[in-house]
Design a binder for this molecule. Structure first.
Ligand SMILES: Cc1cc2nc3c(=O)[nH]c(=O)nc-3n(C[C@H](O)[C@H](O)[C@H](O)COP(=O)(O)OP(=O)(O)OC[C@H]3O[C@@H](n4cnc5c(N)ncnc54)[C@H](O)[C@@H]3O)c2cc1C
Length: 292
């Protein structure tokens, strides 16, 4: 399939990209790895007059630590994140999630920013970024905005980014002592997208009590979400197998599960309950403490 004709520019600075985006409005589309955008162009579901390639803007793919925050540039590829030594030590949930995405080609080209901005309800990154309580930074003609992960995802393929804004970086807390995390999913066999995926990031105190926990869920509803009811039940308590088994089923409460050719709604809800329990147990074990 061949896309409709479009113009292409490759700005060398973020300001240049922002000006082009502001000047062309809805007629322009940002291009990152192209792994979601190009199929849409080929299917003619998107017909932009102009593609603004972000790939040659220096610094947009950097991964660093600033004080107690990890900063991941929007143009960082899944492979870069998977292989980052800094992230393996200071935020292992990110490399673990990256490893779960698609195949080698997809991981080599796809970017975390493109994945989040595209907001596919079955994408992997939203679960991890929600679990970590991440923050997205977007830049536009009105300056920079900081969006908490929970306010970022609005619905299927819809985020809080305005049409004239660019997602520049994602910030998550660096792991400290007694932190643990896990990302588990059932993948569609053809694409690797999550039928259901659950990410957990938690911290326990010296006695093994859960001080903080974030649980991000993808694939279950029409947008990724934090399983607040489960988090509330676990916070302040020892993560015993009994408590985890009693709390995890609440992950699907209040959610209208998606239903498609890959999985019926009740099966998706069942998967979410099973994967939530497993991911919480795995994250708790990785704190170095004891758990079922
Ligand atoms: C065969 C296949 C298998 C895949 N499997 C998985 C999987 O298992 N799990 C998973 O999570 N994903 C999967 N993906 C998606 C892949 O991970 C890509 O990361 C994702 O498609 C989007 O990233 P991209 O960099 O390619 O973005 P693009 O396709 O370039 O852009 C996607 C959208 O985001 C916008 N955009 C891009 N960058 C920015 C920015 N910085 N600011 C604002 N808007 C921006 C674009 O304008 C476009 O609308 C798969 C894709 C394919 C083709």
């Amino acid at each position: 399939m061949i896309p409709a004709a479009f113009d292409y520019i490759s700005p060398r600075t973020l300001d240049e990209a922002m000006h082009a985006l502001a000047a062309h409005g809805e007629e322009a589309k940002l291009l990152a790895g192209g792994h979601s955008l190009l199929p849409l162009l080929k299917l003619r579901l998107a017909n932009p007059k102009l593609l603004i390639d972000l790939g040659r803007i220096p610094g947009l793919s950097a991964i660093s630590q600033q004080k107690n925050q990890i900063v991941v540039g929007a143009l960082a590829t899944h492979t870069q994140i998977e292989s980052s030594e800094l992230l393996k030590k200071r935020c292992p949930l990110l490399p673990e999630t990256a490893r779960e995405i698609g195949d080698v080609q997809v991981r080599n080209r796809g970017t975390i920013g493109g994945n989040l901005a595209h907001a596919d309800p079955s994408a992997d990154w939203p679960a991890a970024i929600l679990a970590l309580g991440g923050e997205m930074r977007v830049r536009g003609p009105r300056g920079e905005r900081r969006l908490a992960a929970e306010e970022f995802f609005i619905g299927p393929l819809t985020t809080a980014i305005e049409p004239d804004e660019i997602l520049t970086e994602i910030r998550v807390p660096a792991f400290m002592r007694r932190c643990g995390s896990a990302y588990l999913k059932m993948a569609q066999q053809a694409s690797g997208f999550a039928i259901v995926g659950v990410a957990v990031a938690l911290r326990v105190d010296a006695t093994g009590r859960c001080e903080e926990i974030g649980i991000g869920v993808t694939g279950l509803g029409d947008k990724p979400f934090r399983a607040r009811a489960v988090e509330t039940r676990l916070r302040g308590n020892k993560l015993t197998p009994k408590l985890i088994a009693a709390s995890a089923p609440q992950v699907a409460e209040g959610i209208d599960p998606l239903e498609d050719l890959h999985a019926a709604a009740p099966f998706r809800a069942h998967l979410a309950r099973v994967y939530a329990a497993r991911a919480i147990r795995a994250a708790a074990r990785r704190t170095g403490g004891k758990s079922g």
